[in-house]
Design a protein around this ligand. Sequence first.
Ligand SMILES: C[S@@+](CC[C@H](N)C(=O)[O-])C[C@H]1O[C@@H](n2cnc3c(N)ncnc32)[C@H](O)[C@@H]1O
Length: 302
Amino acid sequence: VVRESLKSGPGLEASDPEWTVRRILDWTTRYLRRGGVEAARFEAETLLAHALSTERLELYLHPDRTLSPKERARFRTLIKRRRAGTPLAYLLGTVEFMNTMLKVDESVLIPRAETEELVEQILKDLGPVHPGLRLLDLGTGSGAIAIALLVEWPEARALAVDISHRALKLARENARLNGVIERIDFVCCHWLSAISGGFDLVVSNPPYVPTEEFAALPKEVRAEPREALDGGPRGLREIERIVREVPSFLREGGRLYLEIGAGQVDDVRALLWETKAFSQVDALCDLAGRARIVRALRTRGR
Ligand SMILES: C[S@@+](CC[C@H](N)C(=O)[O-])C[C@H]1O[C@@H](n2cnc3c(N)ncnc32)[C@H](O)[C@@H]1O
């Protein structure tokens, strides 16, 4: 009998009948679905493969494999945390981002597909870059943007800034794991307050969720660091700070790329024009047709 005990969490007790991979997956899919997890089957398989230190394919190849009590215990902990709202990526501890594999934990935002689009756009616009190109990643989090760009551009260098010490520790580890540690420096500070120099490229995916919308975010998203998401009133507070300060850090001809929230494009464009430091400002739409990337070209001095 498959049962679900609130006190001890999901079944899978030692005394239960044979827990094969097949039975566990069916049971867990229902358990996660009842907890509101949309891709319940996929997540059940991914977490089981993780608990068994194997690949998802192996579960299909050996559906009658049974789990040891230790494996069951490990799996039970994972699915209880998942149902309680911990994002899948935190449970797995890693995430693929473009050409990189990044460690993630509760100290960093889980890199998103939208941000991959941002990196792809930059790669498309800049092509193969000149040796020594200097890029600045503001609010680097896990290091996703800077590391992915450095992997593609073997002769570029990056400076990655974040206000969170814990995020920077993880970003440094990710830079090492992805072979770019020699070409990246890290600074813990408020945006541009403790850095100097001119950059060819400044990229940022800043916190842009309006404070007034924060409480309505799904619980998985609220499990991520608030300072990575909450962009103040209308979500524009941090973008405004960056836009006002950034011109003096961009070389003439340098480019700025910002990821922004849906509905913010007109405000962000206006902020950029106000600086009088950019000659071209345009917005690029995501697959759903919403403007989510703003790019600007630094030309005039200030
Ligand atoms: C939306 S997350 C982006 C993380 C990563 N770049 C990505 O795209 O996955 C925003 C990041 O900005 C950082 N941040 C927030 N306020 C900041 C500030 N005042 N100065 C520097 N970094 C800040 C947060 O800690 C967080 O890592």
